[in-house]
Write a protein that binds this ligand. Structure first.
Ligand code: NDP
Length: 497
């Protein structure tokens, strides 16, 4: 696919959707025959009708996953064989990169440039990295006395559920499936209702790569019904989840009420960007800050939605951020020039607009944007929006908005900046700007967040764990070798000599 608007639109008009569930190596209708509508958020029109699975489909998927696990067709393959198959899977994703990028662009309203240049390359790299790690990790022998040998080995958990959000559909599936499959588990994936199409296509590529039937199943359907049933299923050993803190909390109940399955949660954020008075190059900081909050329409758990800036720099930096933010073109996500696509759905757009209204009525000063735009398209677009003079008790200061909205706070001392940054129930990411290397280390340690980036906005790369402190996460991490550990059990084999 050529990367000009006309060619992309032509490719979008011809794209084929896989809309059935993928169970035991085959596409199948939901047993009930029911479907739901997947809406294109850029037009408000129906894009596809997707199989709406419920408990009988879930039971079939879990049974297939369990059979595959018990027969050892994946779990007992040699590490080198699993690696080769997962590498082939990554190659096939790369070979079909444009198609998969287009699926996420149409289904989630994500800008095509982001899908082509970030989400899909990251997905390919994620599978390659986890594949390569499979035969590089050694197990341990413990330091017992001379009469024993004690091996400490890791074994796959069995059947692992993965509940995927709509903001990075294929990439989040990769962050879960990479380590789940690398460690030999079988998977049952429930994509978000709004964005099932890329994950359904992924399943077909997995089969083509040689991942055996039953090892990777995808069941689209309603989270509150199907997702909850997956989490309560007595034959599922663990569930990995990315989504809201509210639903994450429920998953812990489901686990407690069923079989005490392991639950790995990656949840929301209200992330600070702290700009100290010795921050380097304010033009650079302004660009990083705008990218940190507006990237992916702000529909991002690591969105830096709170700018905490030294009083002396505030006016100058804010002026520069406003200027840079005007370059964040809102438009058709199929257009490669677009940087902000639509909100995922009408109800979410309305929620973000309500937050903007609350900011105004609670006394914050609106200095950019603040409105729905491009209404004639039928899409759910909102302008890049900035509030100045935000106070810590306002709703826009405390709650995750998940939209393109930046709140600006000021401080006078480093202690005050740290206190403001940590004044949240979340703790996912934080960024900080300073020229002083000792100060950078000191403040980075003081910020209560899973990832702190210094003099940039970054979520790290595939080698670094990603997840949150406080109510941003529970138990585990996505990415890196640490993600492998959470999908395995530790076993001691004690041998008397
Ligand atoms: P949810 O947490 O409801 O959805 C995430 C996933 O969980 C979806 O696959 C969803 O299915 C599923 N789900 C929903 N309810 C249940 C349940 N009871 N049991 C099991 N699975 C369930 O997020 P929303 O889409 O409602 O978004 C609400 C807010 O959550 C956003 O505004 C944002 O603040 C936050 N969020 C955070 C994300 C992150 O990256 N950490 C990602 C997405 C949202 P279904 O699609 O059918 O609802």
């Amino acid at each position: 696919m050529k990367l000009d608007y006309k060619s992309i639109k032509a490719a979008a008009a011809k794209i084929k959707f896989r809309t059935k569930a993928f169970i035991n190596g085959k596409y199948v209708e939901a047993k009930s025959g029911k479907t739901y509508e997947s809406i294109n958020p850029a037009t408000g029109k129906v894009l596809a009708r997707v199989a709406s699975c419920d408990e009988p489909d879930l039971n079939a998927a879990v049974a297939a996953a369990r059979r595959a696990f018990n027969e050892g067709v994946w779990a007992k393959r040699s590490p080198a064989e699993r690696k080769h198959i997962l590498l082939k899977f990554a190659d096939l994703i790369e070979a079909n990169l444009a198609e998969l990028a287009l699926l996420d662009c149409l289904d989630a309203g994500k800008p095509i440039s982001d899908c082509m240049n970030i989400d899909l390359p990251d997905t390919v790299h994620c599978f390659r990295w986890h594949a390569e790690a499979i035969d590089k990790e050694y197990e341990k022998v413990s330091p017992t006395g001379p009469d024993n040998v004690a091996m400490i080995v890791r074994e796959p958990l069995g059947v692992v559920g993965a509940i995927i959000p709509w903001n990075f559909p294929i990439q989040m599936a990769a962050w879960k499936l990479g380590p789940i499959l690398a460690t030999g588990n079988s998977a049952v994936v429930k994509p978000a209702r709004q964005t099932s199409l890329s994950v359904l296509r992924l399943a077909e590529l997995a089969a083509e790569a040689g991942i055996p039937d039953g090892v990777l199943n995808v069941i689209p359907g309603n989270g509150a019904v199907l997702g909850a049933a997956l989490c309560r299923h007595m034959d599922v050993d663990a569930v990995a989840f990315t989504g809201s803190t509210e639903v994450g909390r429920q998953l812990l109940h489901y686990s407690a009420e069923s079989n005490l399955k392991r639950v790995v949660l990656e949840l929301g954020g209200k992330n600070p960007q702290v700009v100290l008075e010795d921050a380097p190059d304010l033009d650079y900081v302004a660009r990083q800050a705008a990218n940190c909050v507006f990237w992916n329409m702000g529909e991002n758990c690591s969105s830096g939605s709170r700018l905490i800036v030294h009083r002396k720099l505030k006016d100058k930096l804010l002026e520069k951020i406003i200027e840079v933010s005007r370059e964040w073109k809102v438009g058709d996500p199929l257009d490669p020039a677009t940087k902000i696509g639509p909100m995922i759905e009408q109800s979410h757009m309305n929620k973000v607009l309500e937050y903007i209204d609350s900011g105004k009525s609670e006394g914050a000063k609106l200095v950019l944007g603040g409105k729905r735009t491009l209404e004639k398209t039928g899409g759910f677009f909102i302008e890049a929006t900035i509030f100045d003079n935000v106070k810590p008790n306002m709703r826009i200061a405390r709650e995750e908005i998940f939209g393109p909205v930046l709140s600006v706070f000021t401080f006078d001392t480093e202690e005050e900046a740290i206190a403001l940054a940590n004044d949240t129930t979340y703790g996912l990411t934080a960024s900080l700007y300073t020229k002083d290397v000792s100060r950078a280390h000191r403040v980075a340690r003081a910020l209560r967040a899973g990832t702190v980036s210094v003099n940039c906005f970054s979520e790290g790369d595939i080698t670094t764990p990603f997840g949150g402190f406080k109510q941003s996460g529970f138990f585990g991490r996505d990415k890196s070798i640490f993600a492998h550990y959470q999908y395995t059990e530790l076993k001691t084999v004690w041998v008397q000599l």
